[in-house]
Design a protein around this ligand. Structure first.
Ligand SMILES: *Cc1c(COP(=O)(O)O)cnc(C)c1O
Length: 456
């Protein structure tokens, strides 16, 4: 037995917070696809992006440097919750009667309760250094808004969050978190922007959408010299920042004397999946055998039923066009409880890895995910975010398969956040009010008919 092999938690000292992020671009199975301007349908230049992002982040989108140094100021704030613990789920293993070992990396211990501050903090930092005074962004249920509000507070930046109105009214707790950390929160559509006023003129009762909120935040940032925009998932620099998850997990597994046969993450825009998986993609590129699995909801089956094509990043067709798995930018996902997994597209890097067969994807229905989350919580205690429950479903299914086959297997998954602010979803589950939903093929085909005609 290795030292520490009976531990439930494998902890690293603060000095072992990674000093560099791992950039997967040099280890990708092919060259990067161009990013296309939504207006001209030609490749974007850095100058096109400068009104929205500081140059350091634009460079991180495309750099082929394998290791990117983490600024000391960022590591200093990471210290508030990092390194995050790696747990061995012994009680869950026993309950399942599986010969598999299940490890999970828990990102719910951050102040905002998810992995999102891992990128919010460096994004605020690079903005501060570039002279930005204020960040404008959008949020759905508030996971990203609360993370960027926290990060802006840490670096003394002002922050305005356009929050989808239906969430603003129905899910007020994350709004309060954002206000606690000093952000201004506006219900979107708002009177603040032309985009918002336009929507309200047509429909004063509009309950908003993520697409509308993005349009408002982008208009706000592009229109003010002191303001930039920030995005919580999908982009390459976001995936880069999240690799602290997998880098720490690798070190922690080495302490336990283990290495995963399969690495699992839930997938919305791709950032926590990239975070846990990309450092293992490096090993796979170097010849190691392991499986890497992204878990998504059957109600928004981007990676499993979408197509790999150029599409707009947003419904309003203002965001850049990238090649990714997509269900079509006008795809309307149903109101499932894992709100963070309701995106029509995916990270271009994750998409390319799935397309090349380096990573695989599986879709699971939400009731099976809540069932897994409840089983997990009754063994391990932690209450998972509804998004994270998809990764738990994947891990439990792998463990049950190992049992059937009578084979040992080492499973690593990312528990991307806690569910304390999502108890209404558990309430719906226990009340029998959750339904499974397979997105109809005809509706997917309909929205896929509206992809932009990119010829570069
Ligand atoms: C936002 C969120 C997700 C989904 O976003 P990704 O970019 O796919 O990681 C998953 N889990 C939690 C807890 C979230 O807050």
């Amino acid at each position: 037995m290795t030292e520490g092999s009976m531990d439930s938690k494998i902890l690293l000292p603060e000095a072992r917070i990674p000093k560099a992020w791992y950039n997967v671009i040099p280890d990708m199975p092919g060259p990067l696809e161009p990013v296309i301007h939504p207006g001209t349908l030609q490749p974007v230049t850095p100058d096109d992006l400068l009104p929205l992002f500081p140059m350091a982040l634009i460079e991180q989108e495309v750099t082929t440097q394998r290791w990117i140094e983490i600024p000391e100021e960022v590591r200093d704030i990471y210290r508030l919750w990092r390194p995050s613990p790696l747990y061995r789920a012994r009680r869950l293993e026993r309950a399942l009667g599986t010969p598999a070992k299940i490890y999970y990396k828990y990102e719910g211990g951050s102040p905002a309760g998810s992995h999102k501050p891992n990128t919010a903090v460096p994004q605020a930092y690079y903005n501060k250094v570039a002279g930005t005074r204020r960040i404008a962004t959008e949020t759905g249920a508030g996971q990203w808004g609360s993370s960027i509000a926290l990060a802006c507070q840490m670096f003394g930046l002002a922050c305005t969050v356009y929050m989808v109105k239906v969430s603003f009214n129905q899910k007020p707790y994350r709004k309060s978190m954002m206000q606690l950390w000093g952000a201004e929160v506006l219900a979107s559509p708002s009177e603040r922007t032309a985009a918002g006023r336009g929507i309200l003129a047509g429909d004063p009762e509009s309950s908003g959408s993520l697409g509308i909120a993005i349009s408002e935040a982008v208009e706000d940032a592009a229109g003010r010299e002191d303001t930039r925009y920030a995005l919580g998932s999908v982009l390459n620099h976001v995936c880069l920042h999240q690799t602290v998850i997998g880098l720490e997990a690798k070190e922690q597994l080495a302490i336990a004397g283990d290495y995963p046969d399969v690495v699992i993450g839930c997938h919305g825009g791709g950032s926590n999946f990239a975070g846990i998986a990309f450092p293992f993609v490096a090993d796979k590129a170097a010849g190691k055998q392991l499986r890497i699995v992204a878990m998504e909801p059957t109600s928004c089956p981007t990676l499993t039923r979408g197509i790999y094509a150029f599409d707009y990043g947003d419904t309003a067709k203002m965001a850049p066009i990238t090649r990714m798995y997509t269900l079509g930018h006008d795809f309307m996902p149903p109101g499932i409880h894992a709100g963070g997994l309701r995106y029509h597209g995916a990270s271009p890097l994750v998409s390319q890895l799935v397309h090349a067969g380096v990573a695989e994807a599986r879709a699971v229905p939400q009731t099976a995910c809540f069932e897994a989350a409840v089983q997990f919580s009754r063994c391990e205690g932690i209450i998972p975010a509804p998004e994270s429950s998809h990764a738990i479903r994947g891990a439990i299914d792998e463990a049950l398969r190992a049992k059937e086959e009578g084979r040992e297997r080492t499973i690593l998954f990312c528990l991307s956040g806690h569910g304390h602010v999502d108890m209404a979803a558990y309430d719906a589950y226990f009340g029998g009010r959750l339904e499974d939903f397979d997105y109809p093929e005809a509706a997917i085909r309909e929205s896929l008919a509206h992809l932009p005609k990119v010829t570069v």
